[in-house]
Design a protein around this ligand. Sequence first.
Ligand code: NAI
Ligand code: MHF
Length: 317
Amino acid sequence: MRIIDIINDSPNPVFSFEILPPLKGNSIYKVFDIVEKLKRFDPKFVNITSHHSEYIYKPLPDGTHRRVSIVKRPGTVAIAAAIQNRYGLIPVPHIICKGFTKEETEYALLDLNFLGINNLLVLRGDEKGQDSTMGQPNISHEHATDLQKQINLFNEGIGLEDMRIQGIETPFSYGMACYPEKHEEAPNMESDIYYMKKKMENGADYFVTQMFFDNEKYFSFVERCRAAGINVPIIPGLKPISKMSHLTMLPKVFRIDIPEELASRIRECKTDTEVKQVGIEWGIRQSRELLEKGALGLHYYTMSVSDSVSKIVENVY
Ligand SMILES: NC(=O)C1=CN([C@@H]2O[C@H](COP(=O)(O)OP(=O)(O)OC[C@H]3O[C@@H](n4cnc5c(N)ncnc54)[C@H](O)[C@@H]3O)[C@@H](O)[C@H]2O)C=CC1
Ligand SMILES: Nc1nc(=O)c2c([nH]1)NC[C@@H]1CN(c3ccc(C(=O)N[C@@H](CCC(=O)O)C(=O)O)cc3)CN21
């Protein structure tokens, strides 16, 4: 079933969450544990992030370093299939441009099609760290909008080099990303919203936002999007703060603001256990207000831990 139909047909706002594949070498039970803890809240879909290969420098006994390419969190497609088979939940694997050749993307689409997984989140992916496609123009896509074109053609049965793709019973449906506080590379909000509209016109069914901690930023962003003619659901993405280090890490990594009221409450905490509690209370407050004001769903960035999300969701849904 398409995520957009689930969102539109559901009598209540939908709950969904997002997980990271385990670090390379770790057990998939880390993922199953999270799904098992959150499945009682009836998640309508589960997103699985995707990670490109990056170069690391491995120290050698003679004091030199060897450059090796590794994917720190491999397994997106396999985890999506495992979640679908084991729990009957709808997986939404992320498909990214960076670090993947167009050919690798095509193989991923073929695998997903064979597995009966037809919902995706289509993204560009982060540029941090050197990846294996860097410096090789035309090997991978530049923007999420380019990757979107490959997926749209695939849906029509047209593969790379115009190769015919047969047997697509259910074409891929997909959501894409948006930024209530602007993407860091966008020169201004207008330009960001311009490309967001292009994403919708070219087939994005809905958007999931970058995390934010000030609901006013989400509400005014949605208003601007609607004024620009973007009329598809814009699902808030929420991350519960759980560590003191998030106070500086989240703004730095995700280019978002932490409102002073929340920042000062975090600063007053003496331990991460106290920070976690503040994060839960803020998450409940944010979630309740978003639902009161009509959000069609809430998407939680659960990543590798489920307990804060459980505590928020049991107080909200
Ligand atoms: N919000 C979310 O749910 C998630 C976001 N991300 C991350 O967000 C980052 C960006 O991903 P996307 O938003 O998918 O990238 P994107 O390629 O759509 O956007 C990146 C920047 O380029 C601009 N842009 C978009 N299309 C363009 C085009 N055709 N020509 C020129 N400029 C264009 C956008 O306005 C934005 O400033 C990545 O680092 C991704 O991994 C990752 C997972 C989830
Ligand atoms: N630029 C960007 N890249 C992304 O990969 C990304 C976004 N934005 N925004 C939406 C989601 C949210 N993402 C997130 C959100 C939180 C953590 C996170 O909480 N990391 C932990 C450590 C990792 C772990 O849980 O094992 C942390 O302590 O912050 C990671 C990725 C991935 N997605």
